[in-house]
Ligand binder design. Structure first.
Ligand code: PMP
Length: 432
């Protein structure tokens, strides 16, 4: 590394133009070294690493010739549309949804979210008096958020309205103002625990507000609890029973709860869940009846045998944590060592989930990600955490540290920091 990248530093913004040019030249030299290293590293998607996948390898031989559930039902056959009762019971506790109101379905919660939206567009939801699709539709999207949520809405012409996501959840005043003035709003994306990408956890106060605010009867919270059990520390949020809070607020049908084992066992070969009020669950079951004669219950049995019970699930997640904690520590260490001395970057320190959200100097994120890519370090495209890929400040970068081995992760982070410092110096110089 060149001296400019390691020497004691002052915030780049405080440097006079001459000193800023010198710093920029130092970053350029460091960047040239980085490019010469010919790296090929990937920080893009939140995928478990292969040693995390190994934790669930028993799924490859389970269920060991068994094919009946506790009630003696032959799971090889059609039927059982609601999913395996024993598996639903394990996740009911983690998700705070009564087992009778929680369905265990196919391999991807995104598919269920997608289908729920399509069914709502075509047929409407309980409490609504017409299909969503009979008029213009909007969803509220807390930002930064999850690009695949946005893609579903964009695919069906649903307008996405960003609201800021704070450390406590979405900005409630902004949500209230939108709901009060725009009756095209039929939905809102929510990742209430360890949000993708900031790691924010919604406070009970925010959840109470979201389930109580005046809104149309066919307004739905898409409560994507993808990371409910994915803790990285002992400092754990108290699970929030959104369905009971919504019922107490007189809006029992507002939340639709989604989750999956994608980051518990095998992404793509796991089990997805959906839960809600009795009216919503009836609606989903009726919709599903024409789509499928029942889910893959043998995969659900495999999962049941692997995880066993709530304690088994918790122990399994601890083994994930043991692998992931050092990787998140490496992110914090790299950003603190490389960016903080220059006053560059503000980042989150999540207590769970799969991502770190990093804000760089306004106007620098796209350039930093481009520079990183040109040095062989793939990062999620800047802007992806905003609807339509449009980050108005061009500041947010999502870091996904789970997949690469620790040494590769450290190399990739160091390279990304070099790219960020160069991009920031360029942005500042362009404004002088
Ligand atoms: N929701 C969130 C918030 C996610 O981050 C992800 C995976 N990145 C998913 C859903 C995908 O879930 P699934 O594999 O169950 O479709």
């Amino acid at each position: 590394m060149t001296s400019a990248a390691t020497s004691p530093a002052v915030p780049l913004a405080d440097l006079d133009t001459e000193a800023l040019r010198t710093a920029r030249d130092g970053f350029r030299a460091a960047y040239a070294e980085l490019q010469a290293a010919g790296l090929k590293l990937d920080l893009t998607r939140g995928k478990p690493s292969s040693d995390q996948l190994d934790l669930s390898n028993d799924l490859l031989h389970l269920p060991d010739g068994e094919y009946r559930d506790a009630a003696g039902t032959d799971l090889r056959n059609y039927g059982g549309a609601l999913g395996l009762p024993e598996l639903r019971a394990i996740f009911a506790d983690a998700l705070r949804v009564p087992p009778a109101q929680l369905l265990a379905l196919g391999n991807a919660s995104l598919t269920i979210m997608h289908d729920t939206i399509v069914q709502a567009l075509l047929h409407g939801v309980p409490g609504g008096n017409r299909p969503w699709g009979s008029g213009p539709i909007s969803f509220i999207a807390p930002v930064p958020g999850y690009d695949r949520h946005f893609s579903i809405a964009e695919r069906y012409g649903i307008r996405l309205i960003p609201v800021p996501l704070t450390d406590e959840g979405p900005d409630v005043e902004a949500v209230a103002a939108l709901l009060a003035t725009d009756d095209s709003i039929k939905g809102m994306w929510c990742v209430p625990v360890y949000s993708n990408p900031s790691g924010a956890v919604y406070s009970e106060e925010v959840v109470r507000a979201l389930v109580s605010l005046p809104a149309a009867a066919d307004f739905r919270l898409f409560w994507d609890n993808a990371y409910a059990v994915h803790h990285l520390s002992d400092d754990r949020p108290q699970p929030i029973d959104v369905l009971t809070l919504a019922a107490e607020a007189g809006n029992p049908d507002r939340p639709l709860v989604f989750a999956s084992t994608s980051k518990v066992t095998f992404p793509g070969a796991g089990v997805a869940f959906v839960g809600g009020s009795p009216a919503n669950v009836d609606w989903i079951v009726r919709n599903m009846a024409v789509q499928s004669i029942g889910p893959d219950k043998l995969n659900q049995l495999r999962h049941m045998r692997l995880l066993r019970d709530q304690a088994g699930l918790a122990a399994h997640m601890e083994r994930h944590r043991a692998i992931l904690e050092p990787k998140f520590a490496a992110v914090s260490e790299a950003l603190t060592r490389r960016l903080a001395p220059y006053g560059a970057g503000v980042w989150t320190d999540p207590k769970g989930g799969y991502f770190v959200s990093l804000d760089v100097l306004d106007g620098s994120a796209k350039r930093a990600v481009q520079l990183a890519a040109e040095a062989g370090i793939a990062v999620t495209p800047a802007g992806a955490t905003f609807p339509y890929g449009d980050d108005p400040r061009d500041a947010n970068i999502r870091i996904a540290p789970t997949f690469p081995p620790l040494d590769e992760l450290r190399t990739a982070l160091d390279g990304l920091c070099t790219a960020i410092l160069l991009a920031e110096a360029e942005t500042l110089l362009a404004a002088r």
